[in-house]
Each structure stands twice: as C-alpha cells, then as structure tokens.
Write a protein that binds this ligand. Sequence first.
Ligand code: PBG
Length: 324
Amino acid sequence: MPFPQDRLRRLRATAGFRRMARETRLSPDHLIAPFFVVEGHNERQPIGSMPGQYRLSVDQLIQEAGEVYALGVPAILLFGIPATKDEIGSEAWAPDGIVPRALRAVKERLPDLVVITDVCVDEYTTHGHCGMVQDGRILNDETLGCLQKMALSHARAGSDMVAPSDMMDGRVAAIRLALDGEGFASVPIMAYAAKFASCLYAPFREAADSRPAFGDRQSYQMDPANVREALREIEADIQEGADIVMVKPALPYLDVIHAARQTVRHPIAAYQVSGEYSMIKAAAQQGWLDERLAMVETLLAIRRAGADLILTYYAKDAARALRE
Ligand code: PBG
C-alpha cells in the first residue's frame, strides 16, 4: 500500500512504538569481554592505542572479570602475555604459564563465568608469527602439535572453551582430537574461522607485543577481498568439529557475517577488533562522535548482520549502557 495510506513514520513516532517495532536485540548475553593478562601483582598497564583497556595482572583480572560478570556478560576471553618469549613459543603450553594460572584463579572466584582462552602462539614467540617458522616461512603441520599442547594446558587448568586464532589448516580437527584423547570431550571449540589479514589488529599487537618481526600474516590469514573463501573456511572448521565459528574483524565484514548466517546453523561469533574499538575511541576523544551511540550502533549492526555473539572491548561499557 503506497503513500498516503502507508506511512512508515507511524511506528517511529514514540519510544514505545519503536521498542515494539525493533527487529534486532542487543543484550549483555550476546557479549564476550577480551582481557590481556600479564605477570605481576597490582598491574594495570594502560594500552596506549586502546584507551580504557589495560594489561592486567591476575588479581586485577579477577576484579574486572567480576565487574563484567555482575553487569550480565556471561563470558570473557583471555590472552596471555608471558614474561619471556622464545622461537617456538614454549611458554604457550607451560602448565603453570600465565593463562593456566589466570584460569585457575578466575574459575575459583567466579565459577559460573565462562572463561574462553585464546589458542595461538604469536604472543609467545620472538618472531610474533602464529606458527613455527623455518627459512622465513610459516609452517602449517608443524604448528598443529603446539596448538594441541596449548589447548590441553588450558583445558587442564579449567578453560571452559578454547578459541584457536592462528589460521593454520586442520587445527580444529587436531585440537578436537587432542582434547577428546585426554578426557576433555566436553570442552567446546570456538574457531576463528574467517579471520582476515586486517590492519585493524594493530592496537592489539601493541597490547600483546606480537607484531611480526618480519613479513606479515597474509600467508595464513585471509585476503580481505574474499567472501566465498570465508564460507569455505567456516565449512571446514565446522566439519573439523568447531562448536562456534567466528568472523573477524566485524564491522567491515558484515557481508561475510550475513553470508555465513544464510548457510550455517552453528552459533556465529563476530570480533569487534582492537582497531574498530580504537577508531571509535579516537573519534570520540576528538569530539567528532558520541562514543556511546557509536558503540551501541556498531554492536547492533553486527547483531543485525547475523552474529549471535560479539567479542568486544566495549563489553563492560555496553552492558552498562544497556542497563540504563
Ligand atoms: C592472534 C590474534 C590477534 C587478534 C586476536 N588473536 C592478532 C593478530 O592476528 O595479529 C587480534 C584481536 C584484535 O585486534 O582485537 N593471536
């Protein structure tokens, strides 16, 4: 029915109508809060390119995790920053490494908070790549054993879910096999399935001190131009046993999230990455954008595209804003 019978503005006229006509919901249930854990006590090291985010020692992490949980956010994601790095990233699977220790401490205090752990060696290697390196090349199959050991060390320390972010082929199957073989058949895998080689990870690499010492990540992370290939990555991870598949980054890749939503029945997560966070922060600091509106609008857009879950450094602020 065309105008003047049909007037789309009728249902926009009041806040009540707008609430009733709203098609997409955003709640703290949809959010996952990432944290960086460091050695030490009482450490709250500000991350220059991510205002409002800190590298936290375990005691501080417990406090922050408690706050986000109290605000209704069901899950956190842990990235470990070890005291020492080496060529193969051996701290990544140390039984008493930074992540296993953080896990035990958080799970003891907050048993119902879902603690997800990042599985990838780049924060632990001197070269900063997500795999084993030989003659300047990033090796695939040689990396899988390290990822298995890392996932197992997390599961043994109480990780609720492991999240491989390395983009090696076959790593979901390898991790599933390792977990099942050691009695962790019930620990799910959230796979960074369609992870693009994005410039938007730059602030994270400052936070985690994981900038590649040579080259870039284009031989393992995806070409930003490709959506069909992203669907193949997602299908492969599902066939290998992923329980949740992720698209990353989020806002510039809404079409990928949407395309995945059309074909995938698994839960889909999207990662609003460090650069997405920092862009909003920077514009807000300049007074060019209203931070809270930009935060809620971008998160809602990611949900509208088809993401069930959103990993975001805004988790705490968003959960608070959604309460008000
Ligand atoms: C790799 C990893 C990265 C991010 C999550 N896991 C960095 C990279 O691939 O270079 C980026 C997350 C962000 O930018 O917020 N372990």
